[in-house]
Structure formats: C-alpha cells, structure tokens
Design a protein around this ligand. Structure first.
Ligand code: NAP
Length: 261
C-alpha cells in the first residue's frame, strides 16, 4: 500500500518465539546491539546484556526489558580481551548452563578512516582485535555452552566488500567475519547450530554520528534506494528472524540489510 508507514516488528507486539532460550548479545548497551537485545527479549529470550564501558545504558536497558515483562541481566567485559572473555563465561556459567543464541555485535571502526599509509599497527590490531579476534574466541567459548539447534549470528558490514579509501582495516576485519561464518556453519551443522551474519548498510548510531556531520549523514541516507538511513531496529528484526525457528534451514549465509544500497 503506497505511503503506508510500516513500523519495524521491534516496535510491535511479537510472538514469544524464543521462550526458554538464553541469548548473549555483545556490545548491547548502545546502538544496534541495544535494539537487538530489546527485540530478542520481546521474543521471550533471557538476554545477557554485555557491555564494555556503557554501564548506565546497559543497566537502563535491563530495567526497560524487565518493565516489559522480560528477563535480562548485564555482564561487563571487553570482548577484545581474552582474559575478560574467559571471566565473562565463568560468570555466565555460574548463572546459566546454556547460551542458545549468540549475537556477535560489538565492533569498532578504525577511526578517522586511515588509508593504507596511515594505518598504524595499533589501529590494525585494535580493529582486528575486536571485530575478528575477539569475535572468534567469544564464539569458541559460547558454542561450548550452546545446545543443539543453537544460533550464532554476527554483525558484519557492507564495508566488507567496499572499495572506499580509508576502510581497509575495518573492511578486512568484517570480511573475516563472513569467512568465519561460512566455515563455522559447516563445522557446527552436525549439532544443528546455524551460523549466519547480518550485513548492515549505513545505520544511524553513534558509530556514524561521531564520524560525520548531520548533513553528511542525511546525504548518505538520501543515497539509500529505500530513502533513509537504516535504524538499529531494521537490523534487530533480521537478527530476530535468524534467531528463531523460521530460519532453521538458513546457515552459512551473509544476509544484507541495507535498504537496497
Ligand atoms: P556503536 O553505536 O558505536 O556501538 C558500539 C557497541 O560496541 C557499543 O555497545 C560498545 O559498547 C560495543 N563495544 C565496543 N568495543 C567493545 C568491546 N571491546 N567489548 C564489548 N563491547 C564493545 O556502533 P553500532 O553502529 O551500534 O555498531 C554495532 C555493530 O554493527 C558493529 O559491529 C559495527 O561494525 C556494525 N555495523 C554498524 C554500521 C553502522 O552504520 N552503524 C554499519 C554496518 C555494521 P560500550 O558502549 O559498552 O563500550
């Protein structure tokens, strides 16, 4: 119906398709991770809200989920730090014996869009250290706690196939996620664990607001065929689909959600 506004499922009442499941969402205090955690909780999952620095926002999200009748708790950990990842899973194991759904959302840009010449080893290591290495070992720990039929969903980026100058470290770290996804899908198939990635185009979060003027953000939004910047809920709804039973036959896929860009 032309012109009819359609609200994302995240803002509507949804079925409790994830009842009795526990989901871990990394970087869930802000941005896309926050929308994912909120949506999975609405679908009935008990959500572990991981954060690195946004303690207040993570706590407010848990309150919001509980006020909505859901179940969630916070766990602080820098998921690029493997000692902290081990501590995180020790704490998770003390509270639950299962992680049914892992959403690898925590991620960072390389900052300042450094070209090849300007990318220092420190920039490279911090970008790959979180986006690729951290994600790799969080997944390794999480699948130990994952029952058959579980879900691994990682947030990649349309940048994984970009040619845009200044994005090589970020793009490379996101391309690694897509490669991990395909291989892990095969490795975990005997356990009926599905492994997929969501590949967002530009999404209106701090990640882009801190890196560009509002005018430039609006300009990028106008270039999206569907006519606007993506919103965190646009990504959360795709994650919720992949987490649910309707996506049982989808594995090893990188699903682009970009408004056609
Ligand atoms: P954001 O607003 O900058 O939020 C980043 C999130 O990652 C925060 O919750 C942050 O937690 C968390 N985080 C960062 N470092 C962490 C660490 N070491 N350990 C644990 N959590 C950490 O970014 P966003 O736009 O929501 O991005 C979320 C994901 O989507 C990222 O993987 C990003 O690459 C991807 N993505 C974003 C876009 C976009 O246009 N926005 C497009 C494609 C892909 P704290 O606040 O607690 O530190």
């Amino acid at each position: 119906m032309p012109g009819r506004a359609v609200s994302p499922a995240s803002t509507r009442k949804v079925d409790m398709t994830l009842s009795d499941r526990t989901a871990l969402v990394t970087g869930a205090g802000r941005g896309i991770g926050r929308a994912i955690a909120r949506r999975l909780a609405r679908d009935g999952a008990a959500v572990i809200v991981n954060y690195a620095t946004s303690a207040e926002q993570a706590a407010s999200l848990v309150k919001e989920i509980e006020a909505d009748g859901g179940d969630a708790w916070t766990e602080q950990a820098d998921v690029a730090n493997l000692a902290q990842v081990d501590d995180l899973f020790t704490r998770i194991r003390a509270r639950t014996d299962r992680v049914d759904v892992l959403v690898n959302n925590a991620g960072r840009g390389a900052g300042g869009m450094p070209t090849l010449a300007a990318t220092t080893p420190a920039i490279y290591d911090s970008t790959f250290g979180l986006n690729a290495r951290g994600l790799f070992f969080v997944t390794q720990r999480a699948v130990e706690l994952m029952p058959d039929g579980g879900r691994v969903i990682s947030i990649s980026s349309g940048s994984s196939s970009t040619r845009q100058p200044g994005l090589s470290a970020y793009a490379g770290s996101k391309a690694a996620i897509e490669a991990f996804t395909r291989v892990w899908a095969t490795e975990l198939a005997p356990r009926k664990v599905t492994v997929n990635a969501v590949v967002p185009g530009i999404v209106d979060t701090d990640l882009i607001r801190n890196g560009m003027t509002p005018q430039l953000a609006e300009h990028y939004g106008s270039l999206v065929p569907l006519g606007r910047l993506g919103q965190p809920e646009d990504i959360a709804d795709v994650v919720a689909f992949l987490a649910g039973d309707d996506a049982r036959w989808i594995t090893g896929q990188c699903v682009t959600a970009s408004g056609g860009a």
